[in-house]
Write a protein that binds this ligand. Sequence first.
Ligand SMILES: C[S@@+](CC[C@H](N)C(=O)[O-])C[C@H]1O[C@@H](n2cnc3c(N)ncnc32)[C@H](O)[C@@H]1O
Length: 238
Amino acid sequence: MENVNCSTEKPTSCSITDKGCRISNNKENLGEYWCTMYTDADITKLGWYEAESTPSLELINKTNAKKDAAIFNVGAGATTLIDDLLKQGYSNLIANDISSCALHKIKTRIGNAKDTVQWIVDDLVNPTELQNLPQIDIWNDRAVLHFFTEEKDQKTYFNLLKQKVKPNGFVILAAFNLEGATSCSGLPVKRYNAQMLQEKLGNNFQLLQAFNHDYTMPNGDIRKYIYTLFQKNNTNLK
Ligand SMILES: C[S@@+](CC[C@H](N)C(=O)[O-])C[C@H]1O[C@@H](n2cnc3c(N)ncnc32)[C@H](O)[C@@H]1O
């Protein structure tokens, strides 16, 4: 199915195209929308598929986190990052997505190791179960934040992040950069640079590293990302 790629097209099997693709506060429909991408597709053909999540892994390793650090992967999709973190011995992984179909792909792939991961199907911009998330050491987001184009959704996302990241904890945000695509998977995106992300996080987070990264999609197209690593100050100020 060609148009499951990170393109400007909506997937033909999207059941909510008549109402638009982003239905605020409608977790089921948004989850269903993303499910169509994962259930119908070979994940290696998805426009955001990485055989190895090298930039994210490098930033996680750069934090020098202990192997039992709580690493929270938001909008994890079917990412192979979970497999790689498990292989590296990280033992306290939490994977979230609005689409249970996406997380199911990871669970099937990693077999028994799935029991060592905490799985949370919930909407980052209308969180319910995520409110009970414990304090975490590393918040990791690749290609999720940029889908939140409405201010109120960005506010909810960053409020959750600020509440849940421990003092001295880390935040890794990878989003389309200012030269990046304006839409993905039939959805509009908001593009960022490091300064914009710093403004969203506020003064309680220090930027440790930022770099642009050209990701080559399975179809050969390039998607331009900004990767950032922030550290929270040793206080709980908002
Ligand atoms: C482009 S994919 C990226 C997946 C993964 N982070 C990766 O790098 O392979 C975006 C993911 O965000 C998830 N997502 C979109 N909106 C979400 C929301 N409101 N809450 C949680 N997950 C969401 C989608 O289901 C999808 O798996």
